[in-house]
Write a protein that binds this ligand. Structure first.
Ligand code: GDP
Ligand code: MG
Length: 204
C-alpha cells in the first residue's frame, strides 16, 4: 500500500466558506457559525484512492488571517495543491482570487519548479443573488492557470468531494510525470518528501 501525503492550501477572502468547506469535507457536517481560529491549523482526511493507494490530505485553513491579504512562505511551504475560493454572491471576493493565486504562485512551487495545481471554487451556489457570471469565472480560470473551476455549495454538499477529487487527481498526475501541462514534466514529485508534515494534528 502506497500512502501519498499532500498538503493542500485553502485560500480566499474571509466569509467565503473555507472553514465550512473543510468541516464538510472532513466531518460531513455543516454549521452556520464557525469561530475564526487565529493561527495556523490543518485538518486530516484520508482517502482510499485505489486498491494500492491511500491519499492522506492535510487541509490548511488560513483561519482568520485572510484580512492580511497574503500569507507567509512558511505557511505555504511544501504544499502540493491549492483551493482558491470565493462567494458567488460577493463580487469583491471573486476579484480577490487573482491576488490569492498570485500570492500562492509567488511563494510556493513544486519540487520540479512548476506551479502547484490550483482549483477555483465558486461557493454558495445555493443562493439566488449571484454577483458573478459563469462566463467571467470561466475566462478568469483559464487566463490564470487554474486546473478547472467548479460551483460548490458547502451548505447543500454540492461538489465538495468532487472538487477535492479533481484536485487530488491532478496532483497525482503531475507527480507521475505524465502531465503534459506542467513544465519539466519529466521530473517526478516526491510526495513523501515533506518531512515537516509527518506530525499528526487534527484541527479543532
Ligand atoms: P471563511 O471565513 O471563509 O472560513 O468562511 P466560513 O466557513 O466561516 O463561512 C462563512 C459563512 O458562510 C458561514 O455563516 C457559513 O455558514 C456560510 N456558508 C459557507 N458555505 C456556504 C454555502 O455553500 N452556502 C451558504 N448559503 N452559506 C455558506
Ligand atoms: Mg474560516
Amino acid at each position: 500500500m502506497t500512502e501519498h501525503l499532500m498538503k493542500i492550501l485553502i485560500v480566499g477572502d474571509v466569509h467565503v466558506g473555507k472553514t465550512a468547506f473543510i468541516h464538510r469535507y472532513v466531518d460531513g457536517q455543516f454549521n452556520s457559525m464557525y469561530k475564526a481560529t487565529v493561527g495556523v491549523d490543518f485538518s486530516v482526511k484520508v482517502l482510499d484512492w485505489s486498491d494500492k493507494e491511500k491519499v492522506k490530505l492535510h487541509l490548511w485553513d488560513i483561519a482568520g488571517q485572510e484580512r492580511f491579504g497574503s500569507m507567509t512562505r512558511v505557511y505555504y511551504k511544501g504544499a502540493l495543491g491549492c483551493v482558491v475560493m470565493f462567494d458567488v454572491t460577493n463580487s469583491s471576493s471573486f476579484l480577490k482570487c487573482l491576488h490569492w493565486k498570485r500570492d500562492v504562485d509567488k511563494k510556493v512551487m513544486l519540487p520540479n519548479g512548476g506551479p502547484i495545481p490550483c482549483i477555483l471554487l465558486a461557493n454558495k451556489c445555493d443562493l439566488s443573488q449571484r454577483a458573478v457570471s459563469a462566463e467571467s469565472i470561466d475566462t478568469f480560470g483559464k487566463d490564470n492557470g487554474f486546473i478547472t473551476w467548479m460551483e460548490t455549495s458547502v451548505k447543500e454538499n454540492k461538489n465538495v468531494g468532487e472538487a477535492m477529487r479533481r484536485l487530488v487527481e491532478k496532483i497525482l498526475s503531475v507527480q507521475s510525470g505524465l502531465d503534459p501541462l506542467e513544465p519539466r514534466s519529466g521530473d517526478t514529485v516526491n510526495l513523501q518528501q515533506n518531512s515537516e508534515l509527518n506530525t499528526e494534528r487534527k484541527c479543532c
